[in-house]
Design a binder for this molecule. Structure first.
Ligand code: SDX
Length: 434
């Protein structure tokens, strides 16, 4: 990646009675940044920003979010246009290469991904090591990391060809591994990928086909899953992407880096929120229980949260949530569940929250996870698979961001500092003197 930072001005910081000039850079759009790289060397101080709420960890040209305006762009293209007019494989090409493919590029790329969907025959034995009731995300973390034990010919991160092969392998094999993680936990035989199927249809078949009968892909559900994956493909420097970048900054191989991203995504504050949101709607159960639940959310002594609401960056409606809500209605209609009581609870909860000052004052709006759980449940996925689907979709974003970091000439190993407030130096005390 060639930097496109432009020096706009400089800021003068007075610290320890010393004036330090810090460059201010501007990007293509969005907030400027203050380059603090020389702050410790010249000022002897660190910045302090737990959770990185005001810190840009990287220059990136992949995804842009305007949280106040509810804008999400992949390589400049608005998410609602991509969801409406594109497909997941085309979005993968866009995220990886920076431009929409022409017909020839699309065909070549789709073929390259299809070519890598199978797994090494011995790989299937990994799943046997898990208990049948293992959470599929535990299986994903364990098995994706193990890919490095099978594909040594694409782990040299300094070889651009190997980086490309590893990228294709990761995107191609995630649905096959996820399908196996699901089948293993429900005790059904694994289903191999089929080259004649598109990405989403292949994944649905690997999850829901059984040897006892032919499986016919429902095109409405396949398109819904394809759009679900477009919406989840990338999201700038979110927690799991930052984890992948940090792991990659040490030179770790791409399979290990993606495994670290899956581990981080699992948390309920992040990718696990879709599973948590559905559990919350299930616990509420009926519209009449919403007022009591809202009371609990507002109670400072109760740590319950409105799962699927709020976002570190979006202080307006998550643009993905709007598309997800439409998708939710389409899927529920297709499967004949448009009267799903859970949808009624979700819509009533959203209406109340959007008019309640507790949520309005904290700029808490539905995020992508609020409607995704209901949609995936209607498609036949158990809640334990929701974050797995998020991981399958986000793999292209993780890989694109990882590759951008590797190709960034200014990148160094990530190594944050701290402010220490622990015990000062003291000598060891023998047991009989304590
Ligand atoms: C994803 O980063 C990304 O881009 C992530 C993601 C992606 O695509 O990668 O978009 C995917 O992770 C979406 C977010 C999914 N998580 C949830 O839905 C879980 C519920 N949401 C929250 O836990 C929370 O909103 C976060 C974690 C998403 C964001 O939290 P912040 O920005 O750190 O905000 P905060 O925790 O400091 O909260 C600020 C205030 C607090 O109230 P006060 O202490 O000021 O009184 O808002 C309150 C919080 O208590 N608050 C909520 C709330 N979220 C924040 N109160 C009730 N319900 C919530 N959901």
């Amino acid at each position: 990646m060639q930097t496109k930072l432009r020096t706009k001005a400089s800021a003068t910081l007075t610290v320890n009675n010393k004036q330090i000039e810090l460059p201010v850079y501007e990007g293509a759009v969005g907030p400027d940044v203050l380059d603090i790289r020389k702050l410790y060397g010249e000022g002897g101080v660190f910045t302090y920003d737990p959770g990185y709420q005001s810190t840009a960890s990287a220059e990136s040209q992949i995804t842009y979010i305007d949280g106040d305006e509810g804008v999400l762009l992949y390589r400049g293209y608005p998410i609602d246009q991509l969801a409406e007019q594109s497909n997941f494989i085309e979005v993968c090409y866009l995220l990886l290469h920076g431009e929409l493919p022409d017909a020839e590029q699309y065909k070549t790329f789709e073929k390259a991904i299809t070519h890598h969907t199978m797994l090494h025959a011995q790989f299937d034995r990994f799943f046997e090591g898990f208990r049948r009731d293992a959470h599929p995300m535990a299986v994903m973390v364990g098995t994706v990391g193990a890919l490095a034990a099978f594909y040594h010919d694409s782990t040299d991160i300094d070889d651009s060809y190997q980086r490309m092969v590893a990228s294709h392998r990761m995107i191609a094999k995630m649905p096959t591994i996820a399908g196996r993680a699901f089948k293993y936990t429900i005790g059904q035989p694994f289903v191999s990928p089929r080259n004649e199927l598109d990405y989403a249809s292949n994944f649905l078949r690997m999850c829901f086909a059984v040897p006892a009968e032919d499986y016919v892909v429902n095109p409405v559900l396949a398109r819904a899953l394809d759009v679900f994956m477009i919406l989840h493909a990338d999201h700038e420097q979110n927690a799991s992407t930052s984890t992948v970048r940090l792991a990659g900054s040490s030179g770790a191989n791409p399979f290990a880096c993606i495994a670290s991203g899956i581990a981080c995504l699992w948390g309920p504050a992040h990718g696990g929120a879709n599973e948590a949101a559905l559990k919350m709607l299930d616990d509420i159960g009926d519209v009449k229980n919403i007022p009591d639940f809202i009371k609990r959310v507002k109670d400072p002594g109760d740590d319950v949260r409105l799962m699927g609401f709020g976002h570190r960056v979006y202080k307006n409606y998550d643009p993905r949530a709007k598309v997800m809500q439409k998708l939710c209605h389409a899927v529920l209609k297709e499967v004949g569940a448009e009267n799903d009581p859970m949808l009624k609870v979700a819509m009533e909860l959203e209406k109340i929250a959007l008019n309640d000052e507790y949520f309005v004052n904290r700029k808490l709006y539905p995020n992508i996870d609020f409607y995704s759980g209901i949609t995936l449940k209607a498609m036949g996925f158990p809640t334990s698979m929701f974050t797995v689907l998020f991981a399958v979709a986000r793999t292209v974003g993780w890989i694109a961001q990882w590759a951008e970091m590797i190709e960034d000439p200014s990148q160094k190993i990530g190594r944050p500092r701290q402010i220490y407030t622990g015990a000062p130096r003291r000598d060891f005390v023998a047991m009989d003197k304590r």
